[in-house]
Ligand binder design. Structure first.
Ligand SMILES: C[S@@+](CC[C@H](N)C(=O)[O-])C[C@H]1O[C@@H](n2cnc3c(N)ncnc32)[C@H](O)[C@@H]1O
Length: 239
């Protein structure tokens, strides 16, 4: 077998890499090389996760234990579904462990999200749209979620400030969503891109959550402006 002969294996993998790179632009080749070298991409294939971002949520949840069996979770910007896969496992929403309470996972995306056992997806739905909020209220047990997750991101325009601004607006809309569906004491994890409006978002979060901290999981690429806020102990605003 070729795999017992390192030299042959090297030639085989070099040839297969050359085949993959053929006909690609320089930018595509760079992206492909990065993917092929990335340990999280390899691990996501090995563990059947839909993409490498699963490891960001696994890392956050291993540290903070947000996703408990029986919990209801809303996954905003769910496609292709890796965070939902993690949530399904952790809240036991497919009932894999009959001894534990069964949770609920609802994922939302403007794109189509392929089906996943244990999750309900609102594909082609905008998280910022009040009509989506109304559907969520119907799908969540008692109309309440214990955790809101958001790995949402707009299509990057390449203009850093503009993309940052857009994502902050999306994150701020999660505060309105929280008011409608998040349990008192619940948590929110939201991705943002670092920039000038971060403090505004943090301040808004601190007005309704008792604790807000910034996270940069190891699985988040070092050269990316991506960060996460973990906001805990939700307090419904008094009007
Ligand atoms: C980085 S991907 C999410 C990856 C996902 N967490 C996973 O693990 O598979 C960001 C997603 O946010 C979605 N998105 C962007 N704006 C949205 C919006 N307004 N409503 C819902 N989804 C949105 C995009 O379509 C995209 O699929």
């Amino acid at each position: 077998m070729w795999c017992f002969f390192p030299r042959r294996r090297y030639i085989h993998s070099t040839l297969s890499l050359m085949k993959k790179l053929k006909g690609k632009s320089v930018a595509e080749q760079r992206w492909l090389m990065r993917q092929l070298r990335d340990p999280y991409v390899k691990a996501s294939h090995a563990q059947n996760f839909r993409c490498r971002s699963a490891f960001k949520l696994l890392e956050i949840d291993d540290q903070f234990r947000l996703l408990q069996p029986g919990y209801s979770v809303v996954d905003c910007g769910a496609a292709p579904g890796a965070w939902s896969q993690v949530a399904v496992q952790r809240v036991n929403s497919s009932g894999t462990d009959a001894e534990l309470p069964r949770g609920t996972v609802v994922g939302i995306d403007i794109l189509n999200v392929p089906p996943l056992e244990g999750a309900h997806f609102l594909s082609c739905h905008d998280v910022t749209d009040p009509a989506t909020h109304a559907k969520l209220l119907e799908l969540l047990p008692g109309g309440r979620a214990h955790v809101i997750l958001s790995d949402m991101a707009p299509n990057a325009s390449g203009f850093r400030e503009m993309d940052h601004d857009k994502l902050i607006v999306m994150c701020l809309s999660l505060i309105d969503l929280a008011e409608k569906i998040l349990q008192p004491g619940g948590s929110l994890v939201c991705k943002y891109w670092d920039g000038i409006f971060v403090q505004k978002l943090q301040k808004k979060l601190l007005s309704v959550f008792s604790s807000v901290r910034t996270l940069k999981p190891n699985a988040s690429r070092k050269d990316s402006a991506e960060r996460f806020f973990l906001a805990r102990m939700y307090r419904k605003p008094v009007k």
